[in-house]
Design a protein around this ligand. Sequence first.
Ligand code: PMV
Length: 329
Amino acid sequence: MSGARATARANIALAKYWGKSDEALNLPAVPSVSITLDGLVTETEVAFEEGLDADRVSLDGELAGAKESARVVKVLDQLRQRADTGLRARVTSHNRFPTAAGLASSASGFAALVAAAAGALNLTLTFQEMSALARAASASAARSIFGGYVELAAGALGDAQLGAVQFADPDHWDLRVIVVTTAAGRKTVGSRAAMNRSRDNAVFYRAWVDESVELANRVRRAILERDFDALTMASEQSFLAMHATAMTSVPPLLYWNPVSVRVLHRVWELRERGVPVFSTMDAGPHVKAVCPSHVAARIAEELSRVEGVLATRICPPGRGVEVTKVRST
Ligand code: PMV
């Protein structure tokens, strides 16, 4: 019996990933750039045990459903193959996300799973290898293996080794991401089905893929140069282009609710008044406002007063995945 525990953090893309170039390998069609966030943590423990006839997966204290279990088992199978073992595992995972953070947890979840399972099997994988394994489960998870500022390139067909890279550590720039929760509950259309729909029939999909490389370059350059105005322009354009693509899918994918739109407008009003802040959104109704640390508390206060906002939370840049061995009983 051998076990390990891993901690991984969520990340927010400032240049968005939307669309796959290779579905079987789960390769992104576009490059993406993200910040790993402190405070939004998944803790996962994996123990491989003799005598188990199947993997047992528990998520936030409940037995995982068939679909979720299947995704976890697929990751475990890849690691079992590397370790040359047939042992089944007990997987216990908890999202330490504040109540109503309203964020998808697949990025931190799969990053923590890969790291804990590799640790439990005594596999000495590089961060690059862990990132490639996490990417196969969820492309955004490839980025949560690393801390700070991270890029995941677009995948060329058949590139099974593709993983993310860190290009600046968490201390590089004292930005804050304010997570603004605008609704309770989970999103209706998952990102995989949604981005496939966009690829299949969104009128803007080709343009999105073509523009994404330049947008990701602009976002990365702005981060490296700590140029907040340049980051504002490139990052808002990336998220709006992603959502425009989603919206022009058939049937349409409109993730925004009236509260999201009110928050976007308030962010633009603040910017008009000279406050350095911009917005980004993912496949859900919540808004993330990005700003330098010295204005974060004031902006969070302003946004919490927008009608319908349920919660705000300020997150600094966070570290990459961390693993400890545990002695199983
Ligand atoms: O990796 P997935 O399947 O959770 O997709 C993530 C897609 C977005 O969150 C919308 C954008 C991104 O780059 O994180």
